[in-house]
Design a protein around this ligand. Structure first.
Ligand code: UD1
Ligand code: UDP
Length: 363
């Protein structure tokens, strides 16, 4: 009997991770995969564009759940996912990362006694005010198989008593980065500046900023823009829909700005932007790792470390969303040790599929 695996995704970073793992599942033919999209991200350029660009199999169902408070969103997903799981009866549920879609998938599957495989298990910020930390911890503690991106994540799982079901596989984001980097060239950037009054600058900084902490008030975002004004090159800022209005009105209120705001870009475009940037400024978990992969210095606008592995040799430095703090972090030179690669060898997707076959209590 072929093992039926249900992948639950809903947010941008999950589409990227699911892409490389889905391709590997198809290559091996060892599992029957169905994808369920919760609907958490729904704009064309936050969702469908990734399915097109990365050739991700079409979701069997899109639950169309988005917006609202964390409780409203998670609860609505939970109800819908239970229905789909009862109907599809998967042998195993595959979850990625730390979003509300991850948590809802975990709770729905656990209550139906369906084994859960969690990819990106064991990442910890040790800040319970960070909503993703709650999602990570809850998901890890109801899963049957925990797949860690880094040795430090594996250590966290061991220290929480979860060592017996935990394995290091590496980071599927590294697989994706290695696979798609060569395709991320100047021509793919053409569409990004279509509606923009300016052309793609040769030298630029790459900014993304979407966390509640940095976008929930004018103050934090203004601090980021204040720092951008004094940099020696433009700052390319693909703006997440949640922050678009605020960013637009803050930038319009300025006499001059160094910030080039564009719509959210596709994955290839984002990889290009990371790879060729002077530096990256971000609050994204994924972008911190991509900057590390590309050996581009990163400043992270958070007060907790999500990926401490990237902080070695000043390669990624935390900053407050304030001009002085950001500039101080950006001034520090990074030191790169080429032999240091805590995110694996770019074969995480193969190891994830193998681990599911061997340890996922499937079949
Ligand atoms: C979510 C994840 C976060 C991840 C981010 C990736 C949780 C708790 N957080 O945060 O970990 O870094 O996705 O991008 O799940 N919106 C749109 N169109 C869209 C998507 C969102 O307009 O396609 C707007 C909606 O008003 C929505 C708001 O953005 O209410 C926030 O979206 P949501 O999915 O709740 O959180 P993210 O900030 O995207
Ligand atoms: N990304 C993208 N387009 C954008 C901004 C980011 O494709 O406009 C990519 C980025 O390169 C990384 C991923 O989205 O691969 C990170 O997702 P996000 O920042 O939304 O979430 P997080 O990683 O913080 O959970």
């Amino acid at each position: 009997m072929t093992c039926k695996l249900m992948t639950v995704v809903g947010a941008r970073p999950q589409f990227i991770k699911a892409a490389v793992v889905s391709h590997e599942i198809a290559r091996t033919g060892a599992l029957e995969e169905i994808i369920v999209h919760t609907g958490q991200h729904y704009d064309e350029n936050m969702s469908q564009a990734f399915f097109n660009e990365l050739d991700i199999p079409k979701p069997k169902v899109n639950l169309g759940v988005s917006g609202g408070s964390h409780a409203e969103m998670t609860a609505a997903m939970l109800v819908e996912l239970e229905g789909v799981m009862l109907e599809e009866r998967p042998h195993v549920v595959l979850l990625y990362g730390d979003t509300n879609s991850t948590l809802a998938g975990a709770l729905a599957a656990a209550k139906l006694h369906i084994p859960i495989v969690h990819v990106e298990a064991g990442a910890r910020t040790r800040s319970m005010t960070n909503p993703e930390e709650v999602n990570r911890i809850c998901t890890d503690h109801v899963s049957s198989l925990l797949l860690a991106c880094t040795p430090a994540s594996l250590d966290n799982l061991m220290s929480e008593g979860l060592g017996a079901i935990s394995w290091f596989v590496g980071d599927p984001m590294l697989d994706a980065f290695m696979e798609y980097r060569a395709l991320a060239s100047v021509p793919v950037m053409a569409s990004v500046f279509d509606g923009s009054a300016v052309a793609m600058p040769e030298r630029y900084y790459y900014l993304t900023c979407h966390r509640e902490e940095n976008t929930g008030s004018d103050e934090a975002l203004s601090g980021v823009f204040d720092a951008a004004e004094v940099l020696d090159a433009p700052v390319v800022f693909p703006v997440h829909p949640r922050v678009r209005q605020r960013a637009l009105s803050l930038l319009r209120a300025r006499k001059r700005t160094n910030v080039i705001m564009v719509d959210p870009v596709g994955y290839l475009e984002s990889i290009y932007l990371v790879d060729h940037a002077q530096q990256v400024i971000t609050d994204s978990g994924g972008l911190q790792r991509e900057a590390f992969f590309a050996q581009v210095k990163c400043t992270t606008l958070l007060d907790f470390e999500v990926w401490p592995e990237t902080m070695v040799g000043n390669r990624n430095i935390l900053a407050k969303p304030e001009k002085a703090s950001i500039l101080l972090a950006m001034e520090k030179r990074q030191e790169i040790d080429e032999s240091y690669q805590p995110f694996g060898a770019g074969d995480a997707s193969a190891r994830i599929v193998q681990a599911i076959m061997q340890h996922g209590k499937v079949g």
